[in-house]
Write a protein that binds this ligand. Structure first.
Ligand code: HEC
Length: 150
């Protein structure tokens, strides 16, 4: 009984901690968080790109590992685009805020393609990886063209 009680407390504490994770001490932290998430995602995405383009030898295990990091990271940057970060200097174009619904659609598109990329990478097939990589890269470019400063 005592054990069950402890589990209940632990779960309740976890549930309470989740909304707090989406908050930041200050707007600058939110910006740093989203930029860092993009940075890490891009590192792993680049390793897949090297394999897809033949610059690096295809390694099925490495491809699957990198793609699952990309998939996980693709979910993170968005929490950092909070309204109170609009005035913080960053690589986000002002249009991002006036076209937030379109921006959010782009974020969802990336997450959907990153999931397909992770699934394709697990197949251990270079052609499947190439296709999924190109589809995912298309979502990066579409959003950057509109909403990321050069
Ligand atoms: C829905 C829009 C959107 C999508 C999709 C998107 N990005 Fe970005 N990305 C941005 C914006 C906006 C910034 C600028 C963020 C800032 O400076 O606060 C950015 C910044 C970056 C940065 C710079 C981070 C830094 O160090 O400051 C990298 C690298 C990056 N993105 C890579 C990618 C890659 C790779 C993909 C696809 C796999 C991708 N992004 C998909 C909107 C997007």
């Amino acid at each position: 009984m005592k054990k069950v009680f402890h589990v209940v407390i632990a779960v309740a504490a976890l549930a309470a901690a989740v909304p707090a994770m989406a908050q930041f001490q200050k707007p600058e932290d939110a910006v740093k968080y989203r930029q860092s998430s993009f940075f890490v995602m891009a590192q792993h995405f680049g390793r897949l790109g090297a394999m897809a383009s033949g610059k690096a030898p295809f390694d099925a295990k490495a491809a699957a590992d990198n793609a699952s990091v990309v998939e996980a990271m693709s979910k993170l940057p968005w929490a950092g685009f909070m309204a109170n970060t609009e005035s913080v200097k960053s690589g986000a174009k002002p249009e991002m805020w006036t076209e937030k619904a379109k921006f959010d659609q782009g974020a969802e598109k990336l997450q959907a393609e990153a999931s397909k990329l992770a699934a394709a990478a697990k197949m251990g097939n270079l052609d499947a990886l190439k296709t999924a990589f190109a589809d995912t890269a298309g979502t990066c470019k579409a959003c950057h063209d509109n909403y990321k400063a050069k």
